[in-house]
Design a protein around this ligand. Structure first.
Ligand code: C2E
Ligand code: MG
Ligand code: MG
Ligand code: MG
Length: 291
């Protein structure tokens, strides 16, 4: 009986595996079709200064599904199978984001455009050429207003390769931000080794700063370290005025999150204004944290 039970279990496992493989293939097919049918698009989330001024936007990919509507990346960047699509999708995103940035620039709206780059595309031998090509396509947008976000949660197998590559990006005038900072296991060594201009503190740390003294300590330490290293620091996932106030008090110069805005269609960016009068109400909402 034990033997049979074992066999049943084995069957269940292979069935589950088959289903997982099938689901991964379906996702990949969905993504491939969306790419070829022009159903991938970008939304843009404002990044603001401590007083609510619009500094730049982060481009965030969405997939328009004929039946399911607009899907977030979690619904289609799900498995390793999308990796062979990393470069075509990366090129699409770079092109669309810089085209939009250039359009805004020509309309007199000068914004920093941040683009998420997958580690897979970053470490592709053709990445630098892809970046140069798209920059030359949009000469109205100064490269200094382009930022690439490198996620710190995915390990960079080839750190010296990444170092050289990011230096080359800097040489083009492009800024480098370390995204999801704190979630990987190489955070501090990356800070030391990678040429970045900015770090983005991951939402998972920001979320609990009001009630978890350890998270508060980590965020405070990251802000201090960033300043000492001459880096800009931005907090992700800022959802309440209490968070914003505390972060601003701690010297975090840039903020991003639903408190200010969800990711928006590009048409909504030019008219976007933070609804708080600069620097006002936050003070009153400062929680008694002894900071
Ligand atoms: P990310 O780069 O860390 O982007 C921030 C994510 O947090 C976005 O989710 C954004 O909508 C969400 N977010 C912003 N503010 C808040 C907030 O206050 N609360 C909460 N709960 N969430 C907030 P999204 O758009 O679903 O993107 C998820 C991830 O997918 C991104 O994380 C990024 O790693 C990846 N991604 C998005 N677009 C691209 C892309 O064009 N290329 C690549 N390679 N990755 C992308
Ligand atoms: Mg990002
Ligand atoms: Mg992030
Ligand atoms: Mg994140």
């Amino acid at each position: 009986a034990a033997k049979n039970a074992g066999r049943d279990q084995f069957c269940l496992h292979t069935q589950a595996l088959d289903e997982a493989i099938q689901a991964a293939q379906d996702t990949r097919t969905m993504l491939e079709h969306a790419l070829h049918e022009n159903r991938l698009l970008l939304h843009y989330q404002p990044m603001v200064s401590g007083t609510g001024t619009l500094l730049g936007v982060e481009a965030l990919i969405r997939l328009h599904h004929p039946e399911r509507g607009l899907l977030p990346p979690a619904a289609f960047f799900t498995s390793l199978d999308h990796l062979s699509l990393a470069r075509p999708i990366g090129r699409f995103v770079l092109d669309a984001a810089l085209r939009q940035g250039s359009l805004w620039q020509k309309q007199g709206l000068s914004l920093r455009i941040s683009v998420n780059i997958s580690t897979r595309h970053l470490l592709d031998a053709r990445f630098l050429d892809d970046l140069k090509e798209v920059l030359s396509r949009y000469p109205d947008l100064p490269p200094s207003q382009v930022e690439i976000e490198i996620t710190e949660s995915a390990p960079l197998a080839d750190i010296s390769g990444a170092q050289m590559l990011l230096h080359a990006c800097n040489d083009l005038g492009v800024r480098v931000a370390l995204d999801d900072f704190g979630t990987g296991n190489a955070s501090l060594s990356y800070l030391q080794q990678l040429p970045a201009q900015s770090i983005k503190i991951d939402r998972s740390f920001v979320r609990d700063i009001l009630n978890d003294p350890k998270d508060l300590a980590i965020v405070a330490a990251v802000i201090t370290a960033s300043h000492m290293l001459g880096l800009e620091v931005i907090a992700e996932g800022v959802e309440t005025t209490a968070h914003a106030t505390l972060l601003a008090k701690m010297g975090c110069g840039q903020l991003q999150g639903y408190l200010f805005s969800k990711p928006l269609v590009p048409e909504d960016i030019p008219a976007w204004k933070h609804h708080f009068p600069p620097g006002s109400q936050w003070e009153e909402n400062l929680p008694s944290m002894g900071v």
